[in-house]
Design a protein around this ligand. Structure first.
Ligand SMILES: [Zn+2]
Length: 66
């Protein structure tokens, strides 16, 4: 694809276009040069973690009172 000014040059030829347009920032592995990004899989893990951590925090709050 054609590179634009706000697109990381290193990622332009290694990442699908929809990812380039929606998923900055990108990270490059120093060992193998693979490009990684904060994709939907990580976002859903993030959301799950927030729920779990919220439940743990709520549990500790209630158990302090016991
Ligand atoms: Zn690697």
């Amino acid at each position: 694809m054609k590179a634009t000014t706000n697109m990381p040059r290193f990622a332009a030829d290694r990442v699908p276009e929809y990812v380039l347009l929606n998923a900055a920032p990108f990270f490059t592995c120093r060992e193998c040069g693979k490009v990684y990004w904060y994709g939907s899989h990580i976002k859903s893990i993030d959301a799950q973690l927030k729920i779990i951590l919220g439940e743990i925090a709520a549990h500790w709050k209630t158990s302090e009172k016991d």
